[in-house]
Design a protein around this ligand. Structure first.
Ligand code: UDP
Ligand code: MG
Length: 329
């Protein structure tokens, strides 16, 4: 039997691209249903991540046309959490779920290959960009630096893979057990294991509108990825401490030597340098430790990752899925 697919698309202020994205993805879905590769209960799940423009009203209108479900989050929870909201909803109503961006940067024709890999038994299919020649130099440089830093920190990532992937709903049921607030999906899925495959594609330019990931969010995302996956920065602090201790000991011996041989000239430069150096190392170390304490603070609060304010899912056929078969009306 052809599987039921859900395509999860998080949207934050995407009124400019939404109608075109819905048209294109709906067309793709219809094509796959017609050729018998997908069940006709397959659907698109738009997650409105607390947009301040007309995104939600557009999603609501679209949902009346069938095969589209809309989820409205109560506030801007952020891309990853919006994605999780969509994945958690979809896993109960489909056999497999594809996540993608709202701006059609990810080539939707690759979905054919995703489905093929899924039908051959892959539980996770990663979409990875063939190259980054379309990106501005700065974005390319920061993105590649990000992967290198993550690797050095011991976080296994699929190179040049963002959040364009297919995941079996069974895997998503396991993902539900990962209850941490800061869930870094790009790191979690490879860490979960399962039979997987990488499918390469060319990433296009954004269809319309501006990126919703300015540099500040990108840096926050990178730090989040490191701090939620690796304790290496904390270990690094210990190493820096040890190295500084050894250097200081050598300096201490040198200072005593100078004093006893009568060469002790009031050393303004060396004093100042050591104050600056030790001060900066201490502040840096405190900052790193603070990052983790901040994470612990946020995790112990056990706050919900997102709040669903509204769901638009009218006119749905009953889906014939493994465990769950009824759509909320
Ligand atoms: N997005 C979101 N919440 C946010 C920021 C972004 O749901 O707070 C969505 C956005 O609408 C898009 C996807 O995440 O569908 C990726 O964002 P974008 O395309 O702007 O990032 P880029 O491709 O420039 O890295
Ligand atoms: Mg984009």
């Amino acid at each position: 039997m052809a599987p039921v697919l859900s395509i999860v698309i998080p949207c934050f202020n995407e009124e400019e691209v939404l109608p075109e994205t819905a048209r294109a993805v709906r067309g793709k879905l219809a094509e796959l249903v017609q050729s018998g590769r997908l069940s006709d209960a397959s659907f698109i799940c738009f997650v409105d991540d607390g947009s301040r423009d007309k995104t939600w009203s557009i999603i609501k209108d679209l949902s009346t046309g069938g095969s589209i479900v809309g989820i409205k989050l109560a506030h801007n929870a952020g891309h990853q959490k919006a994605l999780i909201a969509g994945l958690m909803y979809s896993k109960d109503h489909s056999d497999c779920v594809i996540s993608m961006d709202a701006d059609l940067q990810d080539d939707i024709d690759v979905i054919d290959e995703f489905i093929e890999a899924y039908s051959e038994g892959c539980k996770i299919v990663y979409g990875a960009r063939r190259d980054r020649s379309r990106d501005a130099f700065f974005k390319r440089f920061t993105a590649e630096f990000f992967y290198k830093v993550m690797k050095a920190m011991g976080v296994e990532l699929v190179f040049n893979h963002a959040d364009y992937r297919l995941v079996d709903s069974a895997v998503l049921h396991h993902l539900e057990e990962y209850q941490e607030t800061h869930l870094f999906l790009r790191g979690i899925f490879p860490a979960m294991g399962f039979t997987s495959r990488i499918v390469y594609y060319d990433r296009k330019a954004r269809l319309a509108g501006n990126t919703k990931y300015p540099l500040k969010k990108q840096i926050a995302f990178a730090l989040e990825g490191i701090a939620s996956f690796s304790v290496k920065p904390l270990k690094l602090v210990t190493w820096i401490g040890m190295i500084v201790f050894i250097l200081c000991s050598v300096m201490g011996v040198y200072t005593f030597w100078q004093k006893f041989t009568g060469n002790s000239v009031p050393g303004w430069a060396s004093n100042m340098l050591s104050i600056y150096f030790l001060g900066s190392v201490q502040i840096l170390s405190l900052g790193v430790i603070g990052e983790y304490i901040g994470k612990i603070y946020e995790e112990v609060k056990r706050r919900p990752r997102y709040i669903i304010e509204d769901i638009a899912a009218p006119a749905f056929k009953e889906a014939k899925v493994g465990q769950n078969s009824v759509f909320e009306a």
